[in-house]
Design a binder for this molecule. Structure first.
Ligand code: URA
Length: 434
């Protein structure tokens, strides 16, 4: 077989056979092809897309290109939860301990921030001492002991994705639905859970800006999961605005903890309850809609927060640092408010602009390998729909220096829109795909 023939098949709009896919992935990881050949194939996939079975085979090939985790020794049915990315999206920090408290086995691998979106591993690493790189045995043992662990993806997971992702970045082929779907789902398949719950975000702060593209991505990912024998459900959620009141790693940990104690933002709690109910259903623990009051009780009686504390301690984190209100956890050197330039109802808060501003403040990476400031970020003082007077603080910027605040401020200043009338509450959940 020749790589030239594989490129030709795709260039002419055909579907790759399973033996062509196997040959391609093996040669890719083995370094047998020129970069220009792989780039040509990526562009052909970008232009022509992939058929459903072809996409399932391609994703399985990618998943099998490295280590495949075996979770079969764990009790219960492990359920994964994955978000396609958002701003202020601390949902996993709430969902994982709450699901564990409700009896779901949570053995989760998460990623780091990408562009203007945050990553669960960066957020967890805001907790002093917390380790996200565990051996497979330590990871499984922690889940056996306390039902929940969140670790970073090991370097040997899906090497094919690392090569393709880098080339996609350099060849303007990142935004292809089959390439995004196979990139995400190959890592989910390799991470070993038999059931997968996807949060496909839509809007300004998401990678998918409009509902039709998000539906297409969700359908592709659900088809891959189910086609690979893993029951998969996708929930489409609105990411026009940041989720909750905080953006930035340490600030989001604090807000997640408030939510786990039953006093977080309403929209974040509602989403957390919905996602955990879906995970319970996937785990065979009963119909999703029957769990809401039980889950709310787990927040109010302290059980969910207790599970979070156990996870932090098991992974070497200093729980006292985050649980003691007098500690200096996530306190930035400098804070500065952004004041409302006019009076009116806050009708829109642009998640993309605030996500980009948070990166400039030090909460995300401008370049690969940049060190994060775990205390940096933005805290909204005034939620969407609230009436604000001119000169009142809309948000606080947190950073290590005045200079960093000065470079983020112009983005923050464009992020708020005002109206004379109170805006309608946007729909948070935009669909469910099975
Ligand atoms: N996240 C991934 O892992 N891959 C993509 O292609 C996009 C988002």
């Amino acid at each position: 077989m020749l790589i030239h023939d594989i490129i030709t098949t795709k260039r002419d709009g055909g579907a790759l056979s399973s033996s062509q896919i196997e040959f391609f992935i093996k040669g890719l990881v083995g370094g047998s092809f020129g970069e220009e050949q792989v780039a040509a194939l990526l562009m052909a996939i970008y232009i022509h897309g992939m058929q459903e079975q072809e996409l399932v085979n391609f994703t399985l090939g990618m998943a099998n290109s490295g280590e495949m985790l075996d979770l079969s020794s764990l009790p219960g049915i492990p359920v994964d939860k994955h978000s396609t990315g958002g701003v202020g999206d601390k949902l996993t920090l709430v969902v994982a301990p709450l699901a564990a408290a409700a009896g779901v086995t949570v053995a989760k691998m998460s990623g780091r921030g990408l562009g203007h979106t945050g990553g669960t591993i960066d957020k967890l690493e805001a907790i002093p001492g917390l380790v996200t790189e565990l051996s497979e045995e330590a990871f499984l043992e922690q889940v056996r002991q306390i039902k929940v662990a969140i670790i970073s993806q090991s370097a040997s997971l899906v090497p094919a994705d690392k090569i393709l992702y880098d080339l996609r970045n350099r060849t303007a082929t990142v935004s292809s639905i089959p390439l995004i779907a196979s990139s995400i789902m190959s890592k989910k398949l390799a991470a070993g859970c038999g059931k997968i719950l996807l949060d496909v975000t839509v809007g300004q702060g998401a990678f998918m800006k409009d509902l039709p593209s998000a539906i297409a991505l969700a359908e592709a990912m659900v088809a891959i999961g189910n086609g690979a024998g893993r029951e998969t459900v996708a929930i489409l959620t609105n990411m026009d605005e940041p989720l909750g009141y905080t953006i930035g790693n340490g600030l989001e940990v604090k807000e997640a903890m408030q939510t786990l104690a039953g006093s977080g933002p309403e929209e974040l709690e509602e989403l957390a309850l919905l996602f955990v109910s879906e995970m319970m259903q996937l785990a065979g623990l009963g119909e999703a809609s029957s769990h809401l009051s039980y889950l709310r009780q787990l927040l109010l009686d302290g059980t969910a927060l207790q599970f979070f504390r156990r996870m932090v301690e098991a992974q070497g984190g200093d729980a006292t640092a985050v649980f003691d209100h007098t500690s200096t956890f996530a306190l930035a050197k400098v804070t500065q408010p952004y004041l409302a330039p006019q009076s009116g109802y806050v009708s829109k808060i642009n998640a993309l602009l605030l996500g980009e501003a948070a990166v400039l403040l030090g909460a995300g990476r401008l370049n690969k390998g940049d060190t994060l400031d775990m205390a940096a970020g933005i805290r909204l003082e005034c939620g969407r729909g609230k009436f604000t007077q001119i000169g009142e603080p809309l948000c606080q910027l947190h950073a290590a220096s005045d200079a960093l605040i000065a470079r983020a401020m112009p983005l923050v200043a464009q992020a708020f829109t005002f109206a004379a009338e109170p805006p309608k509450r946007p729909q948070q959940v935009l669909g469910r795909i099975i």
